[in-house]
Design a protein. Structure first.
Length: 244
């Protein structure tokens, strides 16, 4: 098994077809096909299913690709470790950001990294806390910002800040209360992120401790769309109240 085969495997999985991977990797299609066939023979399982629309990973293929990414990342880190000087850090650093954090932190992180570590090539990945934690554990990420991540002995954690959560609705001139109890929030139809989202886990854990069951009418993993949904639903509730 060669690193070249692993690079081809990852490249094809990301491109979705031999043709697209050939253009990205600058390798002829027959060479890619032969490399994957040899790799499948060596590992003893099918890594791809081949269709008219391209190539899709099998379950074994998805598992193998995750390990291949770790191997390739380790190789890059090893190369960077022997090449860099003590005052000249170089290489790729993969950073995971929750969506709500990415909206405000992506540009400042990029600017700070370019200013302090010009030899570092940042790879910023935006996703849910649950996915980010899993990728951090498997080595796909070098570091990540997480919401209330569980303690892991293999991962060094450092608290950065605490923030207050609030109930957001359209007021239409009504007074805004400084605090809202969970029991009061439960009387409203709510739009929340899905259960894979770190903020949702915090809310669910708080409700479980207080014995509160929320009326979640929709799960949306997009902050702009959550705002739009809240605004539209609040308007509909107000119209129904006026009509009554």
């Amino acid at each position: 098994m060669e690193l070249r085969q692993l690079r081809y495997l990852v490249g094809i999985s990301e491109a979705g077809s031999l043709l697209a991977a050939s253009r990205t990797l600058h390798v002829a299609q027959p060479a890619l096909s032969q490399a994957i066939a040899t790799l499948e023979y060596e590992v003893g399982v099918k890594l791809f299913t081949r269709t008219n629309r391209g190539m899709a990973l099998t379950d074994d293929g998805r598992t193998f690709v995750e390990h291949a990414r770790i191997v390739l990342a380790d190789v890059e880190r090893a190369k960077g470790a022997v090449r860099r000087e003590s005052t000249d850090l170089r290489g790729e650093v993969a950073v995971g950001l929750p969506t709500t954090v990415a909206l405000v932190a992506t540009l400042p992180i990029l600017q700070a990294a370019r200013r302090r570590y010009p030899g570092i090539r940042l790879k910023l990945i935006e996703s849910h806390t649950g996915f980010l934690q899993e990728w951090l554990q498997t080595g796909r990420l070098d570091l990540a910002l997480l919401f209330a991540a569980p303690s892991e002995s293999a991962i060094e954690q450092r608290p950065l800040l605490e923030e207050r959560l609030g109930l957001v609705t359209r007021t239409d001139g009504a007074p805004v209360l400084p605090e809202t109890a969970l029991s009061d929030a439960a009387r409203h139809p709510l739009v929340l992120p899905s259960r894979d989202h770190g903020l949702r886990r915090i809310v669910d854990e708080a409700c479980a401790r207080c014995g509160v069951e929320l009326d979640v009418v929709a799960e949306i993993d997009s902050l702009p769309n959550i705002k739009k949904a809240v605004d539209r639903m609040a308007a509909a509730v107000e119209q129904a109240r006026v009509a009554a």
